[in-house]
Write a protein that binds this ligand. Structure first.
Ligand SMILES: O=P(O)(O)OC[C@H]1O[C@H](OP(=O)(O)OP(=O)(O)O)[C@H](O)[C@@H]1O
Length: 186
């Protein structure tokens, strides 16, 4: 995928297609929440949002959960506003003590999976009792790293650069409540 040049962020929208509308996103979140509520029952959990992309999905999921939960975040990035990933830059660790806690890591997207693999490993090294991941979107391409798939997945998308629902394209359009994909070749 080549990097895009643009002079106005609106051009990025014009060069994209709708993948899932607001209703479809809502239904995916509802399905995930049913699974997460069933999995944890009444156990206390820590919901750990992976910033920045989880900023919307973590909020949307949290408001659908029934158990006692505490919210925290890590800030980790390996795309830094680009469409090609690099090394994970772990900028801010969790504030809460993860020792003996059930940790649900929430992110916007599972692409090759390196980000979640490293964050899950980090939580286990901090003594978490259990660690699971939930993502709104999983990209299907067969290039996943050796890490396990997230336990909770909202929807699968084709191998295109997607944005909206927390995901950025060159840091723009995270706030869209729909999911869009850059046109092929962008
Ligand atoms: O499965 P992977 O290939 O590791 O990619 C997934 C990660 O990439 C994105 O984060 P990004 O690094 O773009 O930072 P951001 O959350 O600030 O957008 C996304 O939010 C995931 O955390």
């Amino acid at each position: 995928m080549s990097e895009i040049s643009f002079s106005d962020p609106r051009e990025l929208l014009e060069q994209s297609d709708l993948i899932a509308g607001r209703d479809e996103i809502g239904q995916a979140l509802d399905r995930m929440a049913v699974e997460i509520n069933a999995h944890y029952g009444d156990s206390d959990i820590i919901l750990l949002a992976v910033m920045t992309g989880a900023i919307l999905p973590a909020t949307w999921i949290a408001t659908r959960l029934n158990m006692p939960l505490r919210m925290d975040f890590v800030h980790a990035t390996r795309y830094s506003g680009q469409t090609q990933g690099g090394e994970l830059d772990f900028r801010v660790p969790p504030r809460l003590n993860l020792q003996d806690q059930h940790v649900l890591v929430v992110d916007d997207i599972y692409d090759v999976g390196l980000t979640l693999e490293l964050i899950e490993r980090y939580c286990l090294a901090r003594g978490a009792r259990s660690v699971n991941s939930a993502v709104l979107v999983r990209k299907q391409h067969g290039r996943e790293t050796a890490g396990e798939l997230p336990r909770f997945i909202g929807m699968d998308v084709d191998d295109r650069y997607v944005f909206g629902c927390g995901m950025d394209v060159h840091e723009h359009w995270r706030h869209l409540t729909e999911l869009r994909a850059l046109e092929e070749g962008e």
